[in-house]
Design a protein around this ligand. Structure first.
Ligand code: ADP
Ligand code: MG
Length: 164
């Protein structure tokens, strides 16, 4: 069965971190996560969890000023990009993400909608949104390309996370 998307709700920043941490256990080299959502919806928080799950000790920070930061020394290198300040397709292209999005790296891109084109066919889009409750966030996982076949696995990881 191909799942069209998966919806998850987190109720604190810690929950979003632990979700990212759990997802880190299923990501594979070369895979790309595109994080989409307004400021403050939890994209960086999720990447912090991803970094922890990949075995990085140092906390992931928002790379807003450098735009791209590579974490080395974990299970796989983690490319963390934040395209908030990129105003044009040319600017995004000039970051050279295409070369960085290669195995064994795992890539997580905030304002990921600006990287749809360079990501190619296969990526997992994560849509972050606010909720009326201050600490509640809705996160949707939308597969593109080969990720369609991975959703069972993502779903199992999320169920496992929710039950923990
Ligand atoms: P973004 O990268 O999308 O701009 P951040 O992760 O930097 O967002 O910030 C999210 C903010 O919201 C943090 O201050 C965090 O503590 C707070 N927060 C509250 N509830 C949640 C939640 N459920 N998930 C993630 N962050 C949350
Ligand atoms: Mg951010």
């Amino acid at each position: 069965m191909r799942l069209p998307f998966l919806a998850v709700r987190t109720r604190s920043a810690d929950e979003t971190t632990s979700l990212g941490r759990r997802i880190a256990e299923v990501v594979r080299p070369g895979e790309i996560l595109l994080l989409v959502g307004d400021l403050g919806t939890g994209k960086t928080t999720f990447v912090q969890g991803l970094a922890l799950g990949l075995g990085f000790e140092r906390r992931a920070r928002s790379p807003s000023f450098t735009m791209v930061h590579t974490y080395r020394g974990g299970r796989y290198p983690l490319i963390h990009a934040d395209l908030y300040r990129c105003d044009s397709a040319t600017e995004v292209f000039d970051l050279g993400l295409e070369e960085l999005f290669e195995p064994p790296a795992v890539s997580a891109v905030e304002w990921g909608e600006k990287a749809f084109e360079i990501a190619g066919r296969d990526y997992l889009e994560l849509q972050f949104s606010w909720h009326t409750d201050e600490d509640v966030r809705d996160i949707r996982f939308l597969p593109s390309g080969r990720w369609g076949d991975r959703m069972q696995e993502i779903s199992a990881a999320v169920n496992d996370w929710a039950g923990a």
